[in-house]
Structure formats: structure tokens, C-alpha cells
Write a protein that binds this ligand. Structure first.
Ligand code: 5GP
Length: 208
């Protein structure tokens, strides 16, 4: 990290997608604690708040009307309907942090990732996979939070989402949580070592 803010390049965008039940949320939470320069984007959503969630921390919870107004105003870098609710990433969230030299982590679905890939033209795309569908089913059943029909829907969604992984830059199979976290850390570290990111801080020192 450069000590001179003006010399630091814009932060990198990390886009993480995964079928439900692959451990993505926990991985994202842990990685934020490891990299001090990384912020997790807080999305806007029309879905109702779940117990324990906080406005402005987990999501900005807004009405369908407010969400539609934001879409019309071009406020979103991407947005999508997921399981009947709308979710979107505000351009302002990304730009403010990236302009301050901070990296931004987006936990978004495959539709949102596809939009960013096409419209934003930047970003490191990471897809998390379960070892196989039988293990995904075991994990979903083990959580004990979903009714059998919800589990079937999640498995069907995973079957539909997994083929999209071929469009991502990095794939992490979450067979072992610590190893998956290690791999995710390695990707972030490698991206931070890219010549284009390191050079501005070294240019003066070495007269490059
Ligand atoms: P949940 O309602 O369980 O928090 O999230 C459901 C799904 O919505 C997850 O797959 C999550 O990645 C996705 N999601 C959360 N925020 C956004 C967003 O801003 N844009 C898109 N496209 N998907 C999102």
C-alpha cells in the first residue's frame, strides 16, 4: 500500500459469485478481516430484512419504488432479480472506495457479474464451487434451515449457475474451508502484486 494517497492507483474490484451453500458469505466475511485495504460493497435490496441484519451493514433495505427510481436514475453499476427480490450495486459505492485507493469486494449473483463484465470492463471475477452436488446437498441439509423443497430449489439453481463458472477468472472449490480461504487470499495478494498496481509507488524511488 502506498503511503502517498495521490500516487496509489484506483482500487481493484473483486467479484465473487457462488451457488447458495458453498460458504461464500463466510469466506467474504473472513477475507475482509485479513486485507485492511479491502471493503465489502453493501448492496441495495428490496428483500425484507432478516432477523439480525442491519440497514447499511448487511444491505440498504429499500422499497420496490425506491429501487425502481434508482434504476431509472442510472444509480446502479449492475442489478438483478434473485429469488423474486431485486439487488443492486450502487455506482457511488464502487467509485468512492476505488477512488480512495481501496479494493472492493462484491458478493453478487451470476447475472450481476455478467453485467459488470460487459458494462464495467474491469474487475477480477472469482467463482466458488462445492466439491460436487451431493456434498452441496449434504451441507444444505446439515444447516437445518431450509425446507426440503427449498433445498431442491437451491440444488436446481446450483445446476443452472455452475456452468457460468467458465466465464470467471478464478475458480475455488470449497472442499476445505481453510484451504479455500487460503486460495482466495492468494488471489487477492497476486492481484496486489500486479506491475501496474505496484509501479506507481516505486516510480519515484527508482526513477522508473
Ligand atoms: P441473500 O438474499 O441471501 O442475502 O442474497 C441472495 C443472492 O443475491 C446472493 O447470491 C447474493 O450474491 C446476491 N446479491 C446480493 N447483493 C447483490 C447485488 O448487489 N447484485 C446482485 N446481482 N446480486 C446480489
Amino acid at each position: 500500500m502506498s503511503s502517498d494517497r495521490n500516487a496509489s492507483p484506483r482500487g481493484t474490484l473483486f467479484i465473487v459469485s457462488a451457488p447458495s451453500g458453498t460458504g461464500k458469505t463466510t469466506l467474504c466475511k473472513r477475507i475482509i478481516d485479513i486485507f485492511p485495504n479491502l471493503r465489502q460493497s453493501v448492496s441495495f435490496t428490496t428483500r425484507p430484512m432478516r432477523p439480525g441484519e442491519r440497514h447499511g451493514v448487511d444491505y440498504f433495505f429499500v422499497s420496490p419504488e425506491t429501487f425502481a427510481e434508482m434504476v431509472a436514475a442510472g444509480a446502479f453499476a449492475e442489478w438483478a432479480e434473485v429469488h423474486g427480490n431485486r439487488y443492486g450495486t450502487a455506482i457511488k459505492t464502487l467509485e468512492d472506495w476505488r477512488n480512495a485507493g481501496l479494493d472492493v469486494l462484491l458478493d453478487i449473483d451470476i447475472q450481476g457479474a455478467a453485467q459488470l463484465r460487459e458494462s464495467y470492463g474491469e474487475g477480477v471475477f472469482i467463482f466458488i464451487l462445492p466439491p460436487d452436488l451431493a456434498e452441496l446437498r449434504r451441507r444444505l441439509e446439515g444447516r437445518g434451515t431450509d425446507a426440503p423443497e427449498v433445498i431442491e430449489r437451491r440444488i436446481a439453481n446450483a445446476r443452472r449457475e455452475i456452468p457460468e463458472c467458465v466465464r470467471y477468472d478464478y475458480l475455488i472449490v470449497n472442499d476445505d474451508f481453510d484451504q479455500a480461504l487460503h486460495r482466495l487470499s492468494a488471489i487477492l495478494t497476486a492481484e496486489a502484486c500486479r506491475t501496474a498496481r505496484v509501479l506507481p509507488a516505486l516510480a519515484q524511488t527508482f526513477e522508473l
